[in-house]
Write a protein that binds this ligand. Structure first.
Ligand code: GUN
Length: 284
């Protein structure tokens, strides 16, 4: 049976590191502060945002919750971002995704409006570019959290074959870049990949970020591989599952993250680390 990589244990270590960083800043009179903008009332987003606020409070990081109505215009949202960019007491700005349909059409413009130094999601093209050339910058929280977990768990990355299923800007693509930065051999698969199961079976590290329950089955996993499940799929009102058929895959894998209780916790913890990093860089 696989070793189960519980997010809680690794998130606690990341949060302890962020908490220490926040403490050092407060000793210099700087109180790290995150502004979270949520537009409309997507129930899942509301849960995520509440978690972010709660974790900020735990670590004594200030957080502003800016809830805007679903009818908010592009101009209004951009003006909000401009005001937060100009406010030196705010170190991190996060616009919760997905945006309502009318605004989603302007998502690139909206995310690009955030001052890259305050872009704690790491979604600004400047930070994406920094990641792709290996320059310092703010990294997307979910993939960065997964890398930290592998490091804390003592799972080697260098020289290993990492296969990622999913090519989103939030997870798949940055995950590939981060693994490459740590000297993995990276294969990025997606919905049009041929022979996906065969490719997946070659992975030492298999990352599933597809958004389909039970997408990764036991026959797609090499015995002993590390399986990271980034999926969060609601299959019933109170039932969340990942992209991996956990019960079957845990019998084959060497290590596996559960859902819930896996990668989700790392994302929030890494966000705290990014807020502290952003605050430190802005006040250096
Ligand atoms: N929605 C789902 N994941 C994320 C994330 O990492 N950041 C933001 N801003 N919205 C999300």
């Amino acid at each position: 049976m696989a070793r189960i990589l519980y997010g809680k244990e690794f998130a606690a270590r990341i949060k302890a590191s962020a908490e220490h960083g926040a403490l050092l800043l407060r000793e210099r009179g700087i109180h790290p502060r995150l502004a979270v903008i949520i537009v409309g009332n997507d129930p899942a987003s509301e849960v995520y945002v509440r978690n972010k606020q709660k974790t900020c409070a735990e670590l004594d990081i200030l957080s502003d919750h800016i809830a805007l109505p679903a009818e908010t215009t592009r101009e209004d949202l951009l003006a909000r971002i401009d005001a937060l960019n100009a406010d030196a007491s705010v170190h991190g700005i996060l616009v919760q995704l997905p945006l309502p349909a009318a605004l989603a059409a302007h998502e690139d413009e909206i995310l690009s409006r955030i001052d890259p130094r305050k872009d704690v999601d790491g979604f600004h093209p400047m930070n994406v570019g920094h990641l792709s050339i290996g320059a310092p910058g703010l990294r997307p929280c979910t993939p960065a959290g997964c890398i930290r977990m592998l490091e804390y768990a003592g799972i080697p990355i260098e020289g290993k074959h990492a296969v990622i299923i999913g090519r989103s800007n939030i997870v798949g693509k940055p995950m590939g870049m981060l693994l490459l930065e740590r000297h993995a051999t990276v294969t990025l698969c997606h919905s049009r990949t041929e022979n996906l199961a065969e490719i997946a079976r070659e992975a030492d590290i298999l990352v599933a970020a597809v958004g389909q329950p039970h997408f990764v089955t036991a026959d797609m996993v090499k015995p002993g591989a590390t399986v990271i499940d980034v999926g969060i799929n609601r299959i019933a009102p109170k039932k969340l599952v990942g992209d991996v058929d956990f019960e079957a895959v845990e019998k084959v894998a060497g290590a596996i993250t559960p859902v819930p209780g896996g990668v989700g916790l790392l994302t929030v913890a890494m966000l705290m680390e990014n807020v502290v990093q952003a605050a430190a860089a802005q006040t250096a």
